[in-house]
Design a protein around this ligand. Structure first.
Ligand code: NAD
Length: 464
């Protein structure tokens, strides 16, 4: 069967070549579509490959009659309505890792540029000014760097900063002291970080918890003269509060690669301040990173369509070919049972409990427990079960070790209704709760598209 793949942002020759190696794929590149054109164009395509320039809304997805996978070349999937895609059983995948080094290097670049006023001084020279006294800098050696968010990029920033002989402290509620200590980083509370850091760099996702994290109240708790770097996402820093704090001298300067509105409107208050450095969302913009993410997403989409392999999905578990081979019949069985249940029940189910025992339960648990990215899977399911819960509780593999359950130590553990996974002690037994319509359908590319029927948006699959 031929699968049709639509590219709506420029992917780069290496990524295109990787797609064209697959005889089963028909590739069509249509960059620069307007939202209305995209809505019409999406019909009949099995895969969409995008970068940050395409917005995949619920409206677009409503017209996507054949779509099985959305591949985002890059990390951020905030331009994709992931919940709407999940409800339609469409896998959303990204390419974490491809631009980590590049983004971390940009954060370090901004940190040093901020410390030594490089862009401002360079602009002065270009304008004919030789301002040696004005741009007196500060060393970073022996200064305290506070990292908020010690994930993939935060970790690389920490390693590089230690090489600059900075003292690195970090706040991340999902990282253990042991993990931080292995990196040479001291894990502290947010308040302690604010009180001690000479420089603060942010590497968290934008979530309801992190939106406005750096605001009037938190800036007031920081050391006077602190310098702030944001290479993560616009919206984590309250820009009006930051501008006021720079004017008052509480913050000595800020370097921002991301802004709440990109590009910023004319007259933006931060851009009026010479202590502020801004780059136009260049964090992931190196030749190396572009090639990495283009090739990675092309391979992932091809693997999914042609071989049923899921990698780096943000809304379903990633499965290796080996595990998928074992699980495939069980997934098909689960799908058929789910389709049957959906037609038998008068109301849409709120929760589905799946029990498995024997080899399959053990295999799947092993494959999931070993995958850090499962955080997204758990989050997506929590969000569907309990709207608003996303990020409210850490997944198993990010819990402090003493709080972890069976997955880590083999103790009986029940995370309750929203926990998603329960495993009984001493038995190869798995009790997994899935949101209605989520999960299993998206796991196999040949699964049928759900059809809407009945009250309250209940979905029923025609038995095959
Ligand atoms: N500027 C760019 O072009 C660019 C490029 C790539 C990534 N990014 C952004 O960088 C950020 C980090 O990316 P990553 O790949 O390292 O992500 P990641 O998921 O590997 O790490 C994020 C870390 O933030 C932590 N975290 C979550 N909520 C937190 C909170 N409330 N307080 C403190 N820590 C919290 C998580 O536990 C995790 O360890 C993301 O926002 C991503 O979108 C920007």
């Amino acid at each position: 069967m031929a699968y049709r793949v639509l590219l709506t942002d420029a992917l780069g020759p290496e990524g295109l070549a990787r797609l064209r190696e697959q005889p089963e794929l028909e590739i069509e590149a249509r960059p620069g579509l307007s939202p209305a054109e995209l809505r019409d164009a999406v019909r009949g395509f099995h895969a969409l490959i995008i970068r940050s320039g395409t917005k995949i809304t619920a409206d677009v997805l409503a017209r996507a009659d054949a779509l099985r996978v959305i591949g985002r070349a890059g990390i951020g999937v905030d331009n994709v309505d992931v919940d709407a895609a999940t409800k339609k059983g469409i896998v959303v995948m990204n390419t974490p890792g491809g631009s980590n080094v590049t983004t971390a290097e940009h954060a370090i670049t901004l940190l040093l540029a901020l410390a030594r006023n490089v862009p401002q001084a360079a602009a002065g020279v270009r304008a004919g000014r030789w301002e040696r006294e004005k741009w007196l800098g500060t060393e970073v050696c022996n200064k305290v760097l506070g990292i908020i968010g010690l994930g993939n990029i935060g970790t690389i920033v920490a390693e590089r900063a230690l090489g600059l002989r900075m003292k690195v402290i970090a706040y991340d509620p999902f990282v253990t002291h042991e993990v931080a200590a292995r990196l040479g980083v001291e894990l502290v509370s947010l308040d302690e970080l604010y009180a001690r850091a000479d420089f603060i760099t942010i590497h968290t996702p934008l979530t309801p918890e992190t939106r406005g994290l750096i605001g009037r109240d938190t800036i007031a708790r920081m050391r006077r003269g602190v310098r702030i770097v944001n290479c993560a996402r616009g919206g984590i820093v309250d820009e009006a509060a930051l501008a006021a704090a720079i004017k008052s001298g509480q913050v000595a300067g800020a370097a921002l690669d991301v802004l709440e509105k990109e590009p910023p409107p004319a007259g933006h208050p931060l851009l009026q301040l010479e202590q502020v450095i801004c780059t136009p969302h260049l964090g992931a913009s190196t030749g190396e990173a572009q090639v990495n993410v283009a090739v990675a997403i092309a391979q992932q989409v091809a693997d999914f369509l042609c071989r049923g392999i899921i990698q780096n999905a943000v809304n379903v578990p990633s499965l290796s070919p080996e595990v998928l081979r074992v699980l495939r019949p069980y997934l098909l069985l689960a799908e058929k049972l789910g389709a049957l249940q959906a037609q038998l029940l008068p109301e849409p189910p709120v929760e589905v409990t799946v029990q498995a025992s024997g080899e399959v339960a053990e295999r799947e648990l092993r494959s999931l427990a070993g995958d850090r990215r499962r955080v997204h899977v758990v989050d997506a399911r929590l969000e569907q079960l309990h709207p608003g819960d996303r990020g409210a509780r850490p997944p198993d593999d990010r819990l402090p070790e003493r709080a972890r359950g069976a997955g880590a130590h083999g103790h009986a553990h029940d995370r309750g209704r929203g926990g998603g996974v329960r495993r009984r002690h001493g038995a190869r037994h798995q009790d997994r709760r899935l949101p209605h319509g989520g999960g299993a359908r998206g796991l196999h590319p040949d699964a049928p598209q759900p059809r809407r029927a009945g009250r309250g948006g209940a979905r029923r699959h025609a038995p095959r």
